[in-house]
Design a protein around this ligand. Structure first.
Ligand SMILES: C[S@@+](CC[C@H](N)C(=O)[O-])C[C@H]1O[C@@H](n2cnc3c(N)ncnc32)[C@H](O)[C@@H]1O
Length: 277
């Protein structure tokens, strides 16, 4: 292996960042070395990296992948990456795409490994998860815990059910603020998602996800009241018919105590009786 670039030197060569673009760069070599290992069991032949920044993680991804596509919104950083990794760009192992990862077309990647911009965590996660490709992603710790939470956990909510609809979700490492420059205000965590089909059937995915979103806006209410109060979000024309058709024990529970498969059953019942838009 050739000697690695120093992350601090990469930041210096990239030039000071743009505060509008959520730029907290990883400078801890041990953390940077570990991140690609969390994807060891995945096909890493074509890795998608969102928000490569100065390129410290990109360099490690180039070591384990046949190809890396790196999507960077900051034009100065995209130019820096093309210069810093000119050999890899020239031989086609690295493609730098300048643009917003929420808009650009993704290549036919095999897995995504990224330290994401936290302000777009949710939108980026839900752009990636339906692709059914494995991911290793860094998020704010609290967001990561909510993604991975199980029914009855305090952190269990809409994010848990929606993310786990697409994949198994695990928090594989917590990362202290000191691993970044500049340091973020919040702690971070690395999440691994392994795509799989859910263990329940959903006929109308969009309605299921809207129904979950609706009920979790009323997480402290009973399911009965949550169904009644959120028709404007779930799109149900006749929430009373759903309440009339549902099991009494279920209606007395709170949304945070319903497992994903129970949400799916209730959503099917709601679609059948509640006349969704
Ligand atoms: C938290 S930094 C991570 C940088 C680098 N991967 C690291 O670990 O040091 C996030 C990076 O995403 C870039 N970025 C922010 N919003 C973006 C977007 N919508 N699309 C693509 N890149 C974005 C920022 O310019 C920054 O380089």
């Amino acid at each position: 292996m050739t000697e690695r670039r120093d992350p601090d030197a990469l930041i210096r060569r990239a030039g000071r960042g743009n505060p509008d673009f959520d730029q907290h760069f990883l400078v801890d070599d041990r953390v940077l070395d570990r991140i690609p290992t969390y994807a060891e069991s995945f096909d890493r032949s074509h890795v998608l990296e969102i928000g490569p920044g100065p390129g410290a993680l990109t360099e490690r991804l180039l070591d384990v992948a046949d190809r890396v596509t790196a999507v960077e919104r900051d034009p100065a950083l995209a130019a820096h990456l093309r210069e810093e990794f000119a050999d890899a760009v020239a031989d086609g192992t690295l493609t730098v795409v300048e643009g917003d990862a929420l808009d650009v077309e993704f290549p036919d990647y095999t897995c995504c490994i990224s330290n994401l911009p936290y302000s777009a965590s949710s939108e980026l996660a839900f752009r990636l998860l339906p692709d059914a490709k494995p991911t290793v992603l860094m998020f704010q710790r609290e967001f990561a815990e909510r993604m991975a939470a199980s029914v009855d956990d305090d952190a269990y909510g809409r994010l848990s059910v929606s993310a786990q609809h697409y994949a198994d979700v695990e928090v594989v490492e917590e990362i202290p603020k000191e691993a970044f420059d500049p340091q973020p205000r919040v702690r971070s965590a690395v999440v691994r998602t392994t795509p799989r089909d859910p263990d329940y059937e959903v006929d109308d995915e969009a309605f299921f996800l809207d129904f979950v979103k609706a009920l979790f806006t009323q997480r402290r209410k009973t399911v009965r009241n949550a169904i009644r109060n959120t028709a404007h979000i779930s799109g149900l024309d006749d929430p009373e018919a759903v309440v009339a058709a549902a099991d009494e024990d279920l209606l007395r529970k709170r949304p945070g105590n319903l497992a994903p498969a129970t949400f799916a059953e209730l959503a099917a019942l709601a679609a059948e009786h509640g006349d969704p838009a």
